[in-house]
Design a protein around this ligand. Sequence first.
Ligand code: MSP
Length: 651
Amino acid sequence: MSEHCKAYITTPIYYVNDIPHIGHAYTTIIADTLAIYSRMAGLETFFLTGTDEHGQKIEEAAKKRGKSPKEYADEISGRFKSLWDEFGISYDKFIRTTDEDHKLGVQAAFKKMYEKGDIYKDVYRGHYCISCEAFFTETQLVDGEFCPECGKPTQIVEEESYFFRLSKYQEPLLEWYRANEKCILPKTRRNEVMRFVEGGLDDLSITRTSFDWGVKLPEEMNDPKHVMYVWLDALMNYLTALGYGTDEKLLDFWPARVHLIGKDILRFHAVYWPAFLMSLDLPLPKHIAAHGWWTRNGEKMSKSKGNVINPKEVADAYGLENFRYFMLREVPFGGDGDFSQKALIDRINSDLGNDLGNLLNRLIGMSGKYSSGAVSSAKVAELYPEELGELHASLDRLEPLLFEMQLHRYLEELWKPLSVANKAIDRYQPWVLMKEGKEEQALALLGLIANILAKVAVMLHPVMPETTSKIARALGFTITPAVYEELIVRRDLLADFTIEKIPPLFPRIEEVRMPEFTPGAEAKAPETEQKKEKKPAKSEPVEGLITIDQFFQTQLRVGTVVEAEEVPKSKKLLRLQVDLGEEKPRQIVAGIKEWYSPADLLGTQVCVVANLKPAKLMGMLSEGMILAAKDDEGLALIRPEKPKAPGTSIG
Ligand code: MSP
């Protein structure tokens, strides 16, 4: 099994019912960063990603498009793979759950668990959410019908099923969580999982008979109508990718150093997966790290909401590596983050352009002028010990932050040496030193700056591989594991630099480059303009007044009512489907039944608050609010004076 010098890093395998969006890119970019770091630090690294292609959800998605599940899976899986290739993601294997050896591995695992007595046959009665591919008990449902995770209606399922004895692993799981403080990151998530498991675990239904698109049971089971539960199939990818059950050559990468996942799939990874592994007598992963969601106007991105941001578009508009830096720096790992072009532009202009890019330009400029680009480190330790001390103190704090997934803090800490360098230039003013004939101090200062930039480039390399390679080239070295060992582990300085001029790495961005997301909030002029615009002092708000920006945070749009019906047993509510020009109409539950009948509304236009947090009314999801004016005489809807295309913004 895996020795210390091996690092197995995984992303979730992505469902092929959705095209890649920035949520997927986020997980993959974090994993890629860890993998590049591990390789640079000399660990034998295996980085796995891939696609999750079985299950009812995929079968239905394929049917809707008139394709066979495999045809459909081939197409979407290909889109994930080509995006990662285009992004230069350094995966070692791209697994597909439709791969033959994966299926064989899953069957081998099933057989082992069965022989161990951890699987038995019974009848499953309960509720199933196809969207989450998860079972729920009556008490977990919202209003007796809706999925507690995604709010969609569940299906009642009653079918013969094989069960996994999850209940048997309740105590062993709790022991594992207790003994391994960092097994689930961030640590707050571990507490959450422990509370869930302490609440009791039911055995888990792990086969289905009502559809076909999945891994069949091992032939010896003689039960051809069953297919494996998609999560058993999917989780097993982490083992089958290493050849489990077929060609086990790579199995010594197990256990995983880290499974990177989103918080929505924590239960599957932190409860089911370790239980399956215990049943298979295999060691448990070192870390399961759950990140938060990228949201758009506060809502999780998903195709069904029509609010996804295409990572390729962002990378094309702002630069792939700038985007990587932004994603990791902007949001504390585990927390949610709203995607904003303004924040992205700020990070590029400020952190990357001002702090890093300008420092390099200053060094290129000064070294060109004072010493034709030749810089030596000979006198640095003697003349600038304090600055070197600060540099190394920061560098020492970095690695633990990375492997505990505190990536935003890693980058924050990595920026401290840049500020040490910028401050040293301002404090010692090499141009003055040169004028005063103190050439030795001036050139040693350049040596300090060059070493700071070199070490920062090495540690930033996993996040921005190409950019940092360019920085290294400008300084006259190449980033390799040996250089990492020399500069970071041994804390040596690079003896000499030959500094060359290169074009600016982070040209200033003056305007948003993608279509607006939130009218007003995103369409503002870039940082420069905004900085000039004096914000009202916090101490003197004008009572009752809001700024134009605040107003535009509310997304008002024209919608056409395409379906309307009364909500049974409700005096006030109508359930409407309103077309806002998105992929599918929004459901809006409105308290207007006293004044309007469904027939009054059908085909008419209304004004909708489109970025209101969805809420449940009588168990029904309401994804917006309709504007109306109400006085003593009753209620009147606010409507556009002339028909407007659904989705037209108001303001
Ligand atoms: N197929 C399962 C995973 C099986 S792993 C054995 C799955 N797939 S998914 O495509 O729906 O999601 C994959 C990952 O993308 C999850 O970690 C999920 O959290 C992440 N994201 C999906 N939307 C996201 C955001 N809007 N923001 C951040 N990550 C999100 O679940």
